[in-house]
Unconditional design. Structure first.
Length: 452
């Protein structure tokens, strides 16, 4: 494994950027993994689906199953030194369209992810300027805000513009630098808020909600939820880790780094629970789901905190903003790198082209809570449709094809597991049969073809 020493770009690949240090790669990959999925979704689903029991399943899935597509993406990137379209094309020309399907998936995710990013900017600003008075009905406030026709759109565009600055500037001076600044700042804020939260009277109930193992919840649904969460969180199945892997030095150990990413990302997701739930239980609030938890329940917590509630709120939303930004940078870089290489565009032109497409998708997604609320496709608003199509269908489809292609066509040598013959045997069984079968099962369940 290459340790935290500098990785010098080799002159042979001087045209293609490489991470300037091992730490730069780890922080960027963790930045991509840690996002909205960890802060508001993971703690909630963990509490709902069996606490400690869910955590156990999640960890086993991460370490034994999801590591396989993660390893494959990093491997493909490192081997072919190309972004997702070029990497698939290097395996076989006919696979180019699969590369584009990955780009399509990540752009679709950007559509709804950036809409939420815009909401976060709004909440940073209202807490920073003190524009939200005590006694506000936060549910109504959030619903009214999200339903407005123009303001959420402007914030979403702002979020997109801020995210795009970094890939526009390049891999080292943009993407890597942004992660090197935002990730440590994020971790410090997270640690501080976790500590504050443990001093509240509801700390014990909060810990019980997330950790108390409820083994009666062990079932196929819990397994599927944990699987989907793990894949989305690791940002596999959409070329993001392949793109980041393509900036890796040839000598970097992929297994070691995959485990670093997996443990780092799980630890952060658990910390998010430790930060949120003690506070929620202290004030007798409902540990509700998704956007509601962050934009409705937590503002109620901030209002009731005995001192510095506004300051804590600003810190929390800045933390959330950094988590979202480091993920959105990875999404944009995935598409930009593909456009740049496969459509022969300059980085700057590619950035503008990708942003233009994301703008088009952001409009229906953001307006899904107001003007376009009643327009439904397959019974879903645009926001839900983009989320469902990308996270529940395309992401496992892409991951499944990735494993099959790497397993049956590319056939990595045992170097991928540092020459360990037993591990290599297990790796191949997982890669060729077990992981694709599990992914297929999750796709069929997601499409309701198999009913649980
Ligand atoms: N892993 C991110 C999260 O958990 O919020 C989401 C994500 C990041 C998806 C990067 C796609 C991506 F390319």
């Amino acid at each position: 494994m290459t340790n935290a020493t500098e990785i010098k770009p080799s002159s042979a690949q001087s045209a293609r950027p490489e991470w300037t240090s091992h730490m730069g790669f780890i922080l960027a990959s963790l930045g991509s993994a840690v996002g909205l999925g960890n802060i508001w979704r993971f703690p909630y689903v963990m509490g709902k689906y069996g606490g400690g029991a869910f955590l156990l399943v999640y960890m086993v899935l991460m370490c034994a199953i999801c590591i396989i597509p993660l390893l494959c993406e990093l491997f493909m990137g490192q081997k072919y030194k190309k972004a997702v379209v070029g990497a698939y094309e290097s395996v076989d020309k006919r696979l180019k369209s699969l590369g584009w399907l990955n780009v399509f998936t990540v752009i679709l995710i950007s559509g709804f992810y950036f809409a939420v990013g815009g909401w976060i900017i709004h909440y940073v600003l209202i807490y920073f300027t003190g524009a939200i008075p005590h006694g506000t009905d936060y549910a109504q406030y959030f619903n009214n805000f999200a339903a407005r026709p123009v303001l959420p759109l402007l914030y979403a565009f702002l979020f997109l513009a801020v995210s795009a600055i970094f890939p526009y500037r390049g891999v080292n001076s943009g993407v890597e630098k942004a992660n090197k600044i935002m990730m440590p700042a994020f971790l410090i804020m997270l640690l501080f808020l976790v500590i504050i939260s443990q001093t509240l009277p509801g700390a014990k109930d909060g810990l019980e909600f997330i950790f108390k193992p409820d083994f009666s919840k062990f079932n196929a649904e819990m397994f599927l939820i944990a699987f989907g969460q793990a894949l989305f969180s690791l940002s596999v199945g959409m070329g993001a880790m392949m793109t980041y892997g393509s900036y890796l030095n040839k000598d970097t150990s992929l297994v070691d780094n995959s485990y670093i990413i997996i443990f780092g990302e799980t630890l952060i997701a658990i910390s998010a629970g430790l930060m949120i739930f003690p506070a929620v239980f202290t004030y007798g609030l409902n540990p509700g789901e998704g956007p509601g938890l962050v934009f409705v329940t937590l503002p109620e917590v901030f209002e009731q905190l005995p001192f510095c509630g506004n300051l804590i709120a600003v810190l929390f939303f800045v933390l959330l903003l950094f988590a979202a930004l480091t993920s959105s940078i990875a999404m944009l870089e995935t598409s930009i790198a593909a456009f740049r290489e496969s459509l022969n565009m300059s980085r700057q032109k590619a950035t503008l082209a990708v942003c233009a497409i994301v703008v088009v998708l952001l409009i229906p997604c953001t307006l899904s809570f107001g003007l376009l609320k009643n327009i439904q496709v397959f019974g879903k608003t645009f926001f839900d449709l983009f989320d469902f199509t990308s996270s529940t269908v395309l992401l496992p489809v892409n991951s499944c094809l990735l494993c099959l292609i790497v397993g049956w066509l590319v056939k990595p040598s045992d170097d991928i597991v540092k020459g360990n013959k037993v591990l290599y045997f297990i790796f191949n069984i997982l890669l060729k049969y077990i992981v694709p079968a599990l992914l297929l099962f999750s796709i069929l369940c997601g499409l309701n073809i198999i009913k649980l």
